[in-house]
Design a protein. Structure first.
Length: 166
C-alpha cells in the first residue's frame, strides 16, 4: 500500500510513452472501484490526439505543461446508468483514485483536473469530445513522468479524528 503515500499531484510533466496495455489496466482498476448499487456509471475517453489534448488543455486554463503528455483519460458519467441520484460523484472519486494509485504503482505521474461542476468546462469539454447530452465529463487525468519529485510528508491530522462523538 506504499502507493497511497507515494501518489502525488504532479504539475510539471515530461513526456513518456504510455502503452495501450497500461491505459487498459488503469481503466480496469477504475472499473473495479467500489460504486453505489453496482451502477458502474462511468465512461472513459482515452485522449492521445494532440489537437484534442491541446483543446482540453486550453479549456482547463492552468499554466503548466500537462498538455505534453502522451495520454490523458477523461472520466465521464453516463446519466442513463444512474439508478440512484446523489451517488455518482462518489462513484467517480473511487474510480479515479484507483486509476491514480495504479498509475503510481506503474511508475507514472498523474494530476486530477476537474471539469465538473464548472459549467463552462463541462460545456467546452462536451463540445471538444463530442459527448451526448446524457454524458457528463467529470475530470481529466494526464499521465506522464514527473519532472520533479513532488511528494510530501504523509498527512495524519489527529485533531480531525473523533471517537464515538464529536
Amino acid at each position: 500500500m506504499r502507493v497511497i503515500f507515494e501518489r502525488t499531484s504532479v504539475r510539471d510533466f515530461d513526456w513518456i510513452e504510455v502503452p495501450n496495455s497500461h491505459v487498459d489496466y488503469l481503466i480496469k482498476t477504475a472499473m473495479n472501484a467500489p460504486n453505489s448499487g453496482h451502477q458502474r456509471p462511468w465512461e472513459f475517453i482515452v485522449v492521445r490526439d494532440r489537437k484534442v489534448m491541446d483543446e482540453l488543455t486550453k479549456m482547463h486554463g492552468y499554466e503548466n505543461n500537462y498538455g505534453i503528455v502522451d495520454v490523458a483519460i477523461v472520466v465521464c458519467i453516463n446519466q442513463e446508468r444512474i439508478k440512484w441520484d446523489g451517488y455518482w460523484q462518489m462513484n467517480t472519486g473511487t474510480a479515479v483514485e484507483n486509476m491514480m494509485l495504479s498509475a503510481t504503482d506503474l511508475g507514472y505521474a498523474t494530476l486530477w483536473l476537474e471539469i465538473f461542476p464548472v459549467e463552462r468546462k463541462v460545456n467546452e469539454a462536451r463540445a471538444i469530445l463530442n459527448l451526448p447530452d446524457h454524458v457528463i465529463p467529470m475530470m481529466m487525468m494526464p499521465i506522464g513522468e514527473a519532472v520533479h519529485d513532488e511528494r510530501r510528508e504523509p498527512c495524519f491530522l489527529k485533531d480531525q479524528i473523533h471517537y464515538n462523538q464529536w
